[in-house]
Design a protein around this ligand. Sequence first.
Ligand code: MG
Length: 357
Amino acid sequence: MEPVIKKIDVQEAAVPLKRPFKTALRTVTTAQTLIVKMTTSDGKVGYGEAAPTPVITGDTLPSIESAINDVIGPKLIGKPLFDSADIKATIDQSMVHNSSPKAALNIAVNDLLAQSYGVPLYQLLGGHSDHITTDYTVSVGTIEDMITQAQDLITKGFTTLKIKVGDDSEEADLDKIVAIRKAVGPAIQIRLDANQGWHPKQAVAVINRMRELNLNVQLVEQPVKATDFDGLAYVTANTTTMIMADESIFSIEDAARIISMRGCDIINLKLMKAGGIDNAVKINTLAEAAGIPCMVGSMIESSVSVTAAAHLAAAKRNIQYVDLDASMMFSSNPIAGGIINQKNEISFPDLPGLGFK
Ligand code: MG
């Protein structure tokens, strides 16, 4: 008999970070996250995760729990797993916004599908590669502190560093990148994330100045406010450094608009923004058709949803950049299993689905 979705459990997990994580918008020390456990009538368990990021998605722990327990979850109970298109549409259409709870449920469904087919999820999604290489984000601090972190990361095997900018003066940002570039040498890739911290003209001035100083910045993420699509397109048109859209693109509609404006050079896909794997796949397909590569990133998420993001990143040819260091920032995982981190490389256990035990 065809398996149906029988039960959906939601559990809060507090996962301690190895060190506080700071961006232009917030500081995080212990990550509160929410793990979804979806059980089918044939006894399989699929996992998902929703990380609350009120300043980015608007989703909080109570809002996520309520969305799953009171609104979306009840509509999924009893649905045949292999009517997956219908299940996924129900998740998307049961309520507007709430991309994180939708992501958690969509991830769990994908885990169950891949388990049922007996293959790791990345193979079901495309199987482009069986491993990926991630960058690591240097936490915001004094220049000396950031250099120490950068050198430590290089010793640990990382070859691409992501550095947060945009929460300080332009001069301070420039000084910081000059000092870090000098300390790490030319072989290390440096990516910047301004997390919406600049005005468009300011962004153009700083990014072009970095180019003049030969700082060899690989890409700059979200230089301007999320809602300023014109500003993002202006920065993209007036710089020669690759500009990536992150907070500007949540939905497929956002992606279509920005792509039609030629508003970015790269798109950062995050499951918590897109509402899960399937919508991220759709954005990636749209981007690929327009000649725009994608990155897969994450919020401060634990190993459950980072594992799902890693499966997506490995599956697709057009996903050329990976920023999945989040789960490495924790001292423990909420569930055993999932991705294997070795230096800057992420690989997958030879298990069906997401590979949780
Ligand atoms: Mg970002």
